[in-house]
Design a protein around this ligand. Structure first.
Ligand code: ADP
Ligand code: MG
Length: 318
């Protein structure tokens, strides 16, 4: 059985050109570029809670990094470095090879160096700390929304949650929606380029990891405002349309987690610039509502009626 150090050398030691010193010493050494702030975040995936223990390790490697990249995307930061803390039930070489393949595949696409971590025996647990750079003072935050701002959403919502329902409750999702929803759940694409392109355009941003209502709710709370949103304008994952019951579709759309799209607000004078930024980032964006000074979130139906919304986002402790 390989030792802890053999495993690290084999699976997690790669050149790290963006660091002064990477894996192998007691700490890594970094030197952020002058004129940039450091953006740092950490996100943990726990077997049985965030994923099934027998999920494809290559997709897990991807997702472990992707959910962290998504947090930097929401800040408009450019990802540069990552640390990886793993608890593993056993030293499974084949599993680790696939896991690191998924991890480094996504890392390479975003120019992220793995510069350290920790590896221990224990119940399967995957934790990344991500570091990135953002122009000094320019980070996108949750507290910058202003009354009159448009509310925008990237991509489409609900697919990952529907994919999870399909796996857990044996929902009969048909293709091509099924494949798309499962890809959304297992291999999300963090909107890194869009986040960077929104610096100077968006007033506030968040990534949608716990569901639209919960995450937009965080922007409203941090910014001290409310919002109005049109239900019919929400961009829906293709799988939601035909193949499931309307109540479930609505729940996935409003409160489903794991989509890792961006929700952001921007002054209406910047509509064209936002569309252009999204085009450059090769991501669709949809305008779904407007920020109001009155607190609370009101969702309108097709006839202009206020919808009674009971759905809530994901909360690990409720
Ligand atoms: P220490 O005992 O000083 O904490 P470790 O023996 O835990 O150091 O780790 C040795 C080196 O390997 C360190 O540079 C650490 O950052 C790195 N490392 C450990 N686990 C991982 C991992 N899963 N991915 C990347 N680097 C790792
Ligand atoms: Mg250690």
């Amino acid at each position: 059985m390989p030792s802890e150090f053999e495993l690290i050398a084999r699976h997690f030691t790669r050149p790290s050109p963006a660091a002064l010193l990477g894996v192998g010493d007691d700490a890594a050494l970094l030197r952020p570029r002058p004129g940039f702030d450091l953006a740092i975040s950490t996100d943990m995936l726990v077997a049985g809670r965030h994923f099934f223990p027998d999920d494809d390790p290559r997709e897990l490697g991807h997702k472990t990094l992707a959910v962290n990249l998504s947090d930097l995307a929401a800040m408009g930061a450019t990802p540069r470095w990552a640390l990886l803390a793993l608890a593993l039930p056993e030293a499974d070489d084949a599993w680790l090879a696939r896991f690191s393949d998924g991890f480094f595949g996504l890392a390479a696409r975003h120019g992220v160096d793995l510069i350290g971590g920790d590896t221990t025996r224990g119940p399967l647990n995957l934790c990344v700390t991500i570091l990135g750079e953002v122009p000094a003072g320019g980070a996108l935050r949750r507290d910058g929304a202003r009354p009159g701002d448009d509310i925008w959403i990237s991509g489409e919502l609900g697919g990952a949650a529907l994919g999870l329902h399909h796996l857990r409750d044996g929902l009969c999702l048909a293709d091509p929606g099924r494949t798309a929803c499962l890809a959304r759940l297992h291999a999300p694409e963090p909107r890194v380029a869009l986040g960077q392109a929104l610096i100077g355009l968006a007033n506030a941003a968040i990534d949608i990891s716990d569901g639209l209502l919960a995450d937009l709710g965080h922007i409203l709370e941090c910014s001290g405002c409310g919002a109005e949103m049109a239900f019919d304008l929400l961009p829906r994952a293709s799988g939601l349309a035909g193949s499931c019951d309307p109540a479930l579709a609505r729940r996935c759309l409003l409160a489903g987690g794991d989509d890792y799209e961006l929700c952001f607000t921007a002054p209406s004078a910047r509509r064209e610039a936002v569309e252009q930024a999204a085009g450059q980032a090769h991501v669709g964006v949809t305008r779904v509502g407007v920020i109001k000074s009155e607190p609370g979130l009101r969702v309108f139906g097709a006839a202009g009626e206020v919808l009674d919304i009971e759905e809530r986002g994901y909360d690990h402790f409720s």
